[in-house]
Design a binder for this molecule. Structure first.
Ligand SMILES: [Zn+2]
Length: 404
């Protein structure tokens, strides 16, 4: 989408600072360091965006500052905040007729690369900071959600975590959809994207109520946005890792596991599948030669097979808050690892269709405090209580998938 007339020019940082100090409550409450960061980000945002005035709107610096500040507020805890997919910001003085729906709109986030806003309604959203209506926050949250759609640079954590947020939001979302009493406004029941935007408005405008009435989802919001908003105090950013509690490697010995899958040598052997067949044939062929070289080779092949098996020999324990993994035959030399459910985004379950293994293999996608990583776990236990595992992970809000 191309608009022929637009304004794209920088605004001095002092002007931005004064304007926000005067009219933007979120900014007014920030501590001095965060104010400086906020002004810097707003200044960069303004320089990048092309502002289009519609219906004889007089495009002032105030309009450009306030509307950019709404976006900066939403993305304040994130590393990437410029929302590059949305090149144009189209401002109407009041509600406008959408060319697509022929209905009157207050705002719209269009995936062709622009967002539209009614200035009157942006101001109304800011005027009452606790009514949970905030048009600027609402539309910029849609923009953040869809920013990655054209492969533009997007926030790494937000995009990696959003599905985990959805899994956590399903409970409140379905209550709202069924018409049960909810702190969130009805419009959020339209679909999960509207629910995210409605939750974000509530998150910034009534954080205390949100935290009290829906504490788990509130915490998920803090993790997703990497900030804790404050109504009459400074917002805090960089709160994510503390909330995720990225844990140490620990077998919670004092606590009894909810589910244990003890590794079995026999099962590990079976899991080798076709690998076991190739190994046996190689070994027989080598031993039949009956000379020193081939015997040495046979020993090497056996050692190699043992090393591979050692890596696939997994004991898995599910605790209340984390999954503990231990691989290797000898405990003192074993590889130990644990992931808490909050950082565990997804578990994929492969049944007999993962590399050469014939057994069940889990692939865990998790966040380690700076990156999303994958870990492959071979189920070396005789008994794999799949339904119990799935229902436990469902309770812990971990996504479970069965890829083919
Ligand atoms: Zn919306």
């Amino acid at each position: 989408m191309n608009f022929t007339e637009y304004i794209q020019s920088p605004i001095a940082k002092e002007v931005i600072h004064n304007e926000l100090e005067h009219s933007f409550i979120y900014f007014k409450n920030l501590n001095a360091d965060l104010k400086q960061l906020f002004v810097e980000r707003t200044s960069i945002f303004i320089e990048q965006k092309k502002f289009v005035a519609r219906q004889h709107l007089d495009m002032t610096d105030t309009i450009r500052i306030i509307i950019s500040a709404c976006a900066v507020q939403v993305t304040f805890g994130l590393d990437t905040f410029t929302l590059d997919t949305f090149e144009y910001v189209v401002i109407y003085p009041d509600v406008y007729e959408s060319p697509v729906t022929k209905q009157m709109h207050k705002g719209e986030t269009n995936l062709n690369g622009f967002i539209c806003l009614s200035w009157k309604h942006v101001l109304a959203g800011l005027k009452n900071p606790a009514d949970n209506y905030n048009l600027g926050i609402h539309e910029w949250t849609h923009a953040l959600r869809f920013n990655g759609i054209n492969y533009d640079q997007t926030d790494y954590f937000f995009d990696g975590y959003i599905n985990k947020w959805v899994a956590n939001a399903m409970h409140e979302f379905s209550l709202l959809k069924k018409g049960h009493p909810s702190i969130f406004r009805r419009y959020g029941a339209a679909n999960i994207h509207e629910f995210l935007s409605v939750c974000t408005e509530h998150f910034f405008e009534s954080p205390d109520e949100f935290k009290l009435k829906a504490p788990d989802l509130f915490e998920q919001m803090c993790i997703l946005f990497n900030q804790v908003p404050g109504i009459d105090k400074s917002a805090q950013i960089d709160v994510r890792n503390a909330l995720l509690g990225v844990s140490d490697i620990a077998d919670n010995k004092q606590e009894s596991p909810l589910l244990t899958m003890e590794a079995s040598f026999f099962r590990t052997l079976l899991n080798m599948g076709s690998g076991l067949l190739y190994f046996s044939i190689t070994l027989v062929v080598l031993l039949l030669q009956n000379n020193v070289t081939t015997t040495v080779l046979a020993v090497v092949v056996c050692i190699l097979a043992l090393v591979i098996m050692n890596n696939k020999y997994f004991t898995i324990k599910f605790y209340e808050n984390n999954i503990y993994l231990q691989s290797g035959f000898i405990e003192s030399f074993a590889n130990k690892f644990s992931i808490n459910y909050r950082s565990l985004i997804k578990m994929e379950i492969y049944d007999g269709n993962y590399d050469t293994s014939v057994g069940t293999v889990f692939q865990l996608k998790y966040y380690n405090g700076s990156k999303f990583l994958k870990k492959t776990v071979y189920c070396s236990s005789i008994d794999v209580p799949r339904e119990k595992i799935v229902s436990l992970l469902y309770k812990k809000k971990v996504l479970v998938r069965y890829p083919n």
